[in-house]
Design a protein around this ligand. Structure first.
Ligand code: LIP
Length: 281
């Protein structure tokens, strides 16, 4: 693979916003209709015909414009694609982040398009077509919501924070017990509150726009937070693993915080570190 120039990355970034909007039309038109629902890894791990349709639309568009680029997508991996993550230009896609929300018509759903090169996230686009919110960020150039610059909250004290997390899709007793222990530990910091929007990407975007101070979760996949992760960083925030160590995109755990103080304090409250098999290995 030849070295990618900045202008080639810019071209991909602009294209990502265009196809996210196209994908958003498919999601919007299906949102209030009957859904065709299947389960994947467990009873609470849902997929619909629209997830597959949107992923195909995005993959087909990218392949026709950038045929040499690699693609990692939630539904393709679920269907058995085991491609590893490499240094090549790679599009990491969640066609509908918040599928459970989509099923229930809860309006926090997002098309997520992240892009890595040399394994570094270069840009991310998160589009919620129901609220018509387009979050975008390219490394080194800031984060934007519908074209307006966004910034993280300046709060340094975890005790004054609104923290986002999720229940995830595992209904395993051991995993749930650890999840509740972490939630109790965080709540008893004490923090102002804990909220869940049902979408990893939407939670992270709340941190990016300063509506929440931190988001943490064990279990989501790279496609859930690749695009939103760089949006948090470019809004001035930080990413780390659940133990406060360096962020690993494939490790299926994340703390996205407004600043390192809040992120590190939160990591100390996550008394149960929950491991899942890494993505794309
Ligand atoms: C979901 C996430 C959610 C998380 C679930 C799942 P999906 O993504 O956004 O926050 O708790 O485990 O990964 O399946 O709706 O794309």
């Amino acid at each position: 693979m030849d070295i990618m120039t900045e202008s080639e990355i810019n071209e991909c970034f602009a294209f990502a916003s265009t196809i996210a909007k196209e994908a958003g039309k498919v999601i919007s038109s299906a949102f209030y209709k009957e859904k065709d629902i299947e389960t994947k890894a467990g009873v609470a791990d849902l997929v619909t015909k629209s997830d597959k349709e949107v992923e195909k639309l995005l993959f087909d568009s990218i392949r026709s414009k950038f045929p040499s680029h690699k693609l990692i997508g939630e539904e393709s991996v679920s269907a058995g694609d085991v491609s590893p993550h490499t240094n090549d230009p790679t599009w990491i896609i969640d066609p509908i982040d918040g599928t459970t929300n989509f099923v229930h018509r809860f309006p926090y759903v997002a098309v997520c398009i992240g892009f890595t090169y040399n394994k570094e996230i270069k840009f991310g686009v998160v589009y919620n077509p129901i609220l018509d919110e387009l979050y975008t960020a390219k490394r080194g150039t800031g984060a934007f919501l519908n074209g307006t610059r966004i910034h993280v909250s300046q709060e340094p004290d975890l005790r004054k924070c609104l923290v986002m997390t999720e229940c995830g899709s595992s209904r395993d007793d051991v995993v749930m017990a650890k999840l509740f222990e972490n939630m109790q530990s965080v709540l008893s910091t004490p923090v102002h509150t804990i909220h869940s929007l049902g979408s990893a990407a939407m939670n992270a975007c709340m941190v990016a726009k300063g509506a929440a101070e931190a988001y943490y979760e064990f279990g989501p996949h790279c496609w859930d937070f690749c695009a939103a992760g760089i949006i948090v960083e470019e809004a001035g925030g930080v990413l780390m693993n659940g133990d406060g160590g360096p962020f690993d995109l494939m490790a299926r755990q994340i703390i996205a915080a407004n600043n390192p103080e809040v992120g590190k304090s939160l990591a100390k409250r996550l008394v149960q570190q929950i491991s899942f098999p890494h993505d794309c290995q």
